[in-house]
Design a protein around this ligand. Structure first.
Ligand SMILES: NC(=O)c1ccc[n+]([C@@H]2O[C@H](COP(=O)([O-])OP(=O)(O)OC[C@H]3O[C@@H](n4cnc5c(N)ncnc54)[C@H](OP(=O)(O)O)[C@@H]3O)[C@@H](O)[C@H]2O)c1
Length: 281
């Protein structure tokens, strides 16, 4: 068994790699720049070059692996149809795909199309449909929290079912290690409770002992500010889109698939904030 872990430098792929490495499962980490990854993450990992927009990287990345943790990155001209064709040709036994909670209601988004594409490839699969990542708070929301002590996002007063990417990684890894148990299954992974960003700010305040505020900007205010600090327009639109279901009250659903698969309760947000505290203060 050898698993190709895509998105290794990202919020979920890295955790998948850590989990598998700790379990002594052979892995190879797919990255766009192996030298940079070696410099940043060290050489305890094996790296292979993979760019989903460059078909010339596919054959080498698919060599000597039989399972794939597959994520869909940002970017243009991604050639997943060809990647999956080649994966089938090489005899890949299982793909665990990082998808999105409630994707079945969103035929216009890429995850919907990807799930269909994977099914039609006839490669056995597990779909991990994820709720809103807790780790967004130490990723694109981090700078404002750290520098201005505010959560600055147009999510309104809606609640969302925050999930820890370590929990996503655990279920993804288990589905790849013991694929017979998880074949052609779909798991919807959320945390154990839905929270709004006022709740998150309150817990951060308690953990940091520094006042953190959720300022609840309108979409217009958010976009204007992002423009003044030179953020990329396309990225800003994606961030607004990601938070729209929360704003509309559509992101609060809780599911218990993490517990069904692992027998444990999902990580709660206070534990996540305590574990990642040094990112913000
Ligand atoms: N954020 C959420 O709340 C949320 C919720 C549910 C689902 N999702 C889904 O999760 C996925 C993102 O996962 P993530 O947050 O772990 O990733 P991430 O932290 O956004 O990192 C993106 C990863 O994609 C890689 N990448 C970028 N362009 C690539 C390309 N052309 N070919 C191959 N790799 C490429 C990057 O590698 P480099 O080092 O090469 O840049 C990096 O490892 C998305 O599909 C998103 O829709 C997100």
């Amino acid at each position: 068994m050898k698993i190709l872990v895509t998105g290794f430098t990202g919020k979920v792929g890295y955790q998948v790699a850590c989990y598998l490495q700790a379990t002594n499962i052979p892995i190879v980490c797919a990255v766009r720049n192996p030298e940079k990854s070696k410099a940043n993450f060290g050489d305890t990992y094996e790296y292979v070059s993979l760019d989903f927009s460059d078909v010339n990287t596919f054959d080498r990345a698919l060599e000597n692996v039989d399972r794939i943790f597959l994520m869909y990155p940002p970017g243009q001209n991604l050639q997943f149809d060809i990647f999956l064709y080649k994966a089938k040709e090489k005899g890949i036994k299982h793909i665990t795909y990082l998808s999105l909670k409630d994707v079945q209601f969103m035929p216009f988004i890429h995850h919907y199309k990807m799930e269909k594409l994977i099914k039609s490839s006839k490669i056995p699969y597990t779909f991990v449909r994820a709720g809103y990542f807790m780790q967004n708070l130490n990723d694109f929301l981090c700078k404002e929290i750290r520098d201005s002590h505010r959560i600055f996002i147009p999510a309104g007063k809606g609640k969302t079912s925050f999930v820890d990417t370590r929990d996503l990684a655990e279920v993804s890894a288990l589905s790849l290690i013991d694929e017979g148990k998880h074949i052609n299954k779909t798991y919807v992974l959320t945390g154990g409770e839905a929270l709004d960003f006022f709740d998150v700010a309150k817990i951060m305040t308690e953990v940091f002992k520094v006042k953190i505020e959720y300022t609840n900007p309108s979409v217009k205010e958010f976009k204007q500010y992002m423009r003044t600090i030179g953020e990329d327009e396309e990225f800003v639109n994606v961030v607004v889109g990601v938070h729209m279901p929360t704003k509309l009250g559509l992101a609060k659903g809780i599911r218990h698939d993490y517990e069904k698969v692992t027998g444990k309760k999902p990580t709660n947000i206070r534990k996540y904030i305590e574990d990642y505290k040094e990112n913000w203060i």
